[in-house]
Design a binder for this molecule. Structure first.
Ligand SMILES: Cc1cc2nc3c(=O)[nH]c(=O)nc-3n(C[C@H](O)[C@H](O)[C@H](O)COP(=O)(O)OP(=O)(O)OC[C@H]3O[C@@H](n4cnc5c(N)ncnc54)[C@H](O)[C@@H]3O)c2cc1C
Length: 430
């Protein structure tokens, strides 16, 4: 990206965070006629938005997210064509395999819960699964399959959308952290950055895993934690399916370079930081649900960048201390995933780990985003908590954030995205 040498001193709206959500938000705000500055402390999509599996799926979603995801899928098609770059985008389906009757029942239950959304999702028989993936022996009891689901290459998509935003008039600034916001007359007046202040009417915080830290400094406590996930990519391997497919143990997406991105669904490390204790109660149900797949660790990260801090507009903020969060991947886990993938999909042959990476996923207690105005700071909008499935819903969430910040009638029911659905959401600083 061509970052401007001098920072604009004013804007209508400042977007904080250049992941898929912030970049999409900036595009839609600009198309709504607003002067927009997009600030990214590191590089566009340096964090979750380039580290994910690349699945853009309606399948398996919480029904509360489905209207927004259905719109997001339309937006993906539009943006993929408008950006004019090859972002590895394809409508090639999602397939969740079932290893046993219990998993098949879970897939069936989701299908029943999505009735009424007119999705093209269907259940596949064991023979249909074998035909789809070129397998033999009917290892899988069936699968949930949505042909209209999509995939894209995460390392390419958000940067291409940021170039589209810049070409359309958004000022995109990389390597510039927003430190805090300043108020006047009871509402936001400006965003204080490490390169000076930008006067604005509104700001949208789409800071991924950093959003909670940013807000805590303003005395606003949102229940958002982060878990570390890991993935790897392979060398080019035979093509058995072009979309995203997976079973408990190993999930794969075919990449444009002929390899696969491989990982294990829901497997993550949860590092104990002060916020983990503060928000333990609302998170208990999700911790219990994911217990078998979670590793819980207490280590130096307790005092790390997502820990507890206070600073002013003149202080160096935690966002400058870590430009790009690049956590170590869990290689023990990935070696197991690799072996499982070779057992499940033998036609792929020998699977190598060409490159492995980690990523911090931001999560809310109900795994549904928060898109709402910040309590106590009118004009500051929170758009965060995409909870491990925000690559797909990012453009839809960005559209909603842009509509709310500009006072438009929102395209979706916003109740499920409000902060006050969590008891702690409106608690001000003591
Ligand atoms: C391993 C892994 C696999 C995943 N797989 C999928 C998948 O297949 N499908 C799917 O839909 N989702 C998936 N996800 C989740 C998805 O990647 C995220 O939900 C989504 O990318 C979040 O987007 P975001 O823009 O909210 O956050 P991010 O991409 O994290 O972007 C936030 C940005 O804000 C910047 N920032 C933060 N604070 C400041 C500040 N103060 N000033 C300036 N900049 C700031 C950060 O540097 C960062 O670049 C996966 C995630 C991981 C890690």
């Amino acid at each position: 990206m061509n970052t401007p040498e001098s920072l604009p001193r004013n804007a209508d709206i400042v977007v904080i965070g250049g992941g898929i959500l912030g970049v999409s938000t900036a595009i839609f705000l600009n198309r709504m006629g607003r002067k927009v500055v997009l600030l990214e402390k590191g590089r566009i999509a340096g964090e979750q938005s380039s580290r994910n599996w690349g699945w853009i799926r309606k399948q398996g979603r919480d029904p509360r997210e489905l209207p927004m995801m259905i719109e997001s899928a339309r937006l993906w098609q539009r943006l993929a064509s408008e950006c004019g770059e090859d972002i590895g985008f394809g409508v090639n389906g999602t397939t969740y395999l079932a290893l046993n009757e219990a998993e098949l029942a879970e897939r069936e239950a989701w299908l029943a819960s999505a009735e009424g959304f007119q999705l093209d999702t269907k259940l596949l028989s064991p023979a249909e699964v074998d035909a789809l993936l070129g397998l033999e022996g009917r290892r899988f009891k069936g699968a949930l399959h949505t042909p209209s689901d999509m995939t894209a290459e995460p390392r390419l998509a958000a940067p291409a959308f940021a170039r589209l935003a810049a070409a359309e008039g958004v000022t995109v600034v990389e390597g510039c952290a927003a430190r805090t916001v300043e108020m006047e007359g009871g509402r936001i007046k400006s965003v204080a950055t490490e390169r000076g202040e930008i006067q604005c009417e509104a700001a949208i915080l789409s800071g991924g895993a950093w959003s909670r830290t940013f807000l805590e400094n303003l005395g606003i406590y949102i229940p958002q934690l982060a878990v570390r996930a890991s993935a790897f990519r392979t060398s080019p391997l035979p093509e058995i399916h072009t979309g995203g497919f997976g079973a408990t143990g190993a999930s794969l997406r075919r990449r444009p370079d002929g390899g696969y991105t491989v990982a294990r669904s829901n497997a993550a490390t949860f590092e104990l930081i002060p916020a983990a204790f503060r928000h333990l109660v609302p998170f208990m149900p999700v911790i219990k649900k994911r217990w078998k797949m979670l590793k819980i660790r207490g280590n130096s990260s307790f005092f790390g960048p997502l820990g507890h801090h206070r600073w002013t507009a003149d202080d160096t903020s935690p966002f400058e201390a870590i430009r790009v969060f690049d956590p170590e991947p869990d290689m023990e886990l990935l070696n197991t995933v690799r072996k499982t993938a070779m057992t499940f999909y033998p036609s792929l042959g020998e699977i190598d780990i060409l490159e492995a990476w980690g990523g911090m996923i931001d999560v809310t207690p109900d795994e549904v985003p928060i898109i709402d105005e910040a309590p106590t700071v009118p004009g500051l909008w929170i758009a965060t908590g995409l909870s491990g499935h925000g690559f797909g819903i990012g453009p839809g969430a960005g559209m909603l954030a842009a509509e709310l910040a500009t006072g438009r009638t929102p395209s979706f029911d916003t109740t499920q995205f409000r902060l006050d659905r969590f008891k702690s959401g409106r608690k001000a600083a003591a």
